[in-house]
Design a protein around this ligand. Structure first.
Ligand code: ASP
Length: 305
């Protein structure tokens, strides 16, 4: 792999290899000195044009734990919101000869464009409503650690599927790993073409007990230019996942940030069934694995030696 732009380009075999590598990096993250020299002398640029806490901090830690030099650029709210200006920025930063550019942008397709403007490896850290491939990989990693295999696992993705890049990348990755995916939410927040992706669609939580894993999405208010639900209160009444709606044994996931009291209740967030903290933790090891795969690419053991 030269870039990581979309889960569409990643085979099950690639995912298995990345997860094995992430497992060895998780071991590094458990050491008192959480560093390996794999990327010493190489530069990673993190370019974030949209709000981020988990993704930006974990990419930064991942690159630092691999001993890379890291440059973090954030320009949320600045004038860089046109393709041409992004191009200028990327070409300017490419003068530092970075090994990788990690890009988050509010525009679908931005990472693909960046890959055409720089010789660096490009990692999509979320492009508008399109994809968030490292989120999907860390979710698969978290679930595999808990369940062993995902073959035949039933996963319900609940909430604002329409505006969610996490839903798109997760549907692709989870299915590739053998899971059956159902999306659930108000009809206005389920994209029309969703069944073409091979998942079922449900508009009520009536059959939620079928799910082994309930993956809840944030209401993406920043991407809603119309009224998609009558009110957040009404949405919560019908679709909020709370401890009462989860059956024993179901696992609960959310990519964060959570709108507490909207898509998830406090009792669900704090329940032992929630894997939300484990997802965040997995983010560092999985992003180390992705950087390693793209920039070094040799066997797992060399990475941790
Ligand atoms: N953090 C995830 C993303 O950037 C999910 C979210 O924002 O709701 O897509």
């Amino acid at each position: 792999m030269k870039h990581l732009l979309s889960i569409e380009d990643v085979s099950r075999e690639d995912i298995e290899r990345l997860l094995a590598r992430a497992e060895s990096f998780a071991e590094v993250s458990g050491r008192p000195i959480k560093k390996v020299p794999a990327l010493r002398g190489r530069t990673v640029v993190n370019l974030f044009y949209e709000a981020s806490t988990r993704t930006s901090s974990s990419f930064e830690l991942a690159a630092k734990r691999l001993s890379a030099d890291v440059v973090n650029i954030r320009s949320a709210g600045s004038s860089v919101d046109k393709g041409e200006s992004l191009k200028d920025t990327v070409q300017t930063l490419s003068a530092y000869d970075p090994a990788a550019i990690v890009i988050r942008s509010p525009h679908a397709g931005a990472a693909q464009l960046v890959a055409g403007w720089t010789p660096a490896a490009v990692i999509n850290a979320g492009d508008g409503k399109h994809e968030h491939p490292t989120q999907a990989l860390l979710d698969v990693f978290t679930l595999r650690r808990r369940l062993g295999s995902l073959d035949g696992t039933r996963i319900w993705i609940v909430g604002d599927v329409l505006h969610s890049r996490v839903a798109r990348s997760n549907i692709l990755a989870l299915q590739r790993m053998g899971a059956n995916v159902t999306v659930c939410g108000p009809p206005t927040l389920i994209p029309r073409e969703i069944e073409a992706l091979g998942c079922e669609a449900a508009v009520t939580l009536d059959r939620l007990e079928e799910a082994d894993v309930v993956y809840v999405l944030r209401m993406q208010k920043e991407r809603m230019h119309d009224a998609f639900v009558p009110s957040l209160r009404e949405y919560a009444v019908r679709y909020q996942i709370n401890a009462g709606r989860l059956r024993p044994g179901q696992l609960l996931m959310h990519p964060g940030p959570v709108n507490r009291g909207v898509e998830l209740s406090a009792d669900a967030i704090d329940s032992p069934q929630a894997l939300i903290g484990e997802q965040v933790k997995a983010g560092v090891a999985v992003r180390m694995a992705v950087l390693y795969e793209l920039l070094v690419g040799s066997p797992v053991l060399a990475a941790v030696a």
